[in-house]
Write a protein that binds this ligand. Sequence first.
Ligand SMILES: [Zn+2]
Length: 308
Amino acid sequence: MRVGLDIGGTKTAAVVVGRDGSVLHRLTLSTGYGAEAVIRTAVLAVVELARLAGADTRAFESIGIGIPGIVDVATGRVSHAVNLGLRDVDLAGELAGRLGTAVHVENDVNAAAMGAFHQMGQSGLHSLAYLNLGTGLAAGLVLEGRLWRGSRGTAGEIGHICLDQDGPLCACGQRGCLELVASGSGVARQWPTDDPRPVEALFRAVVAGEDGALEVWSRLARSVAAAVRVLVLTIDVERIVIGGGMTSLGEPLLAAVRGVLDAGAADSAFLSSLSLSERVAMVSGESGVTAAMGAALCGWPLQVTQPG
Ligand SMILES: [Zn+2]
């Protein structure tokens, strides 16, 4: 049995995964803020999973953690996890010391990509991009069953591809980044709301016919479609799975993105030949569980490469 945790800004999803990759037990806890609180939450989640599994925490073969921020996968150190209040923490060392089990730490989007690949792995899939539409926008890449992080861990950071040289300033210092329109924060910036799920508030406004809402919605759909094109034209993955907080809206978002891709294919024989619309899917179930499952798999990726 292996354990996977997805430590998010508000919730921590945790799963026990069996040898065949199936989820045996799962739970969700509120995540604390700051290093000690985050570590305490992770320990509590593993202890609780052990209780559900009727075992000691040391009976788990490994613990995988998916967490937002910059992760040094070799050492398990996490830095710049702003939403969690972590500046620089030896997360793997702290948890391994308290739980007596090896701990592997991975960036949350990469972990989710691994989980999505496994969820679709029965279809003989070789390559997949997980397009995370959360507060920001980034992609995780799985090629032949293994994560592709790039030479410096930057692979998939497509949220900072510049779409408009004269666009608004991004936190990264560039202008007009994709993330400024195709993300939860991007939607909230263009369609201010108190709703914690800005894309749902935007969609309600579109349905109600409110002034300007359709323009923001169309820009969102076009920008997510642009992210899909970038991923296919760069690495030609077989599947692009859209996940993250924005997918709580579900089908309307997927339909809007497919609509843009279909319209592009109708106007361009080249785009039509790429079958972009058919390659796009949405994560099944909760994103947090997918990411937690992926985190559990990250420690032993070779075992999930065989297509069934
Ligand atoms: Zn940027």
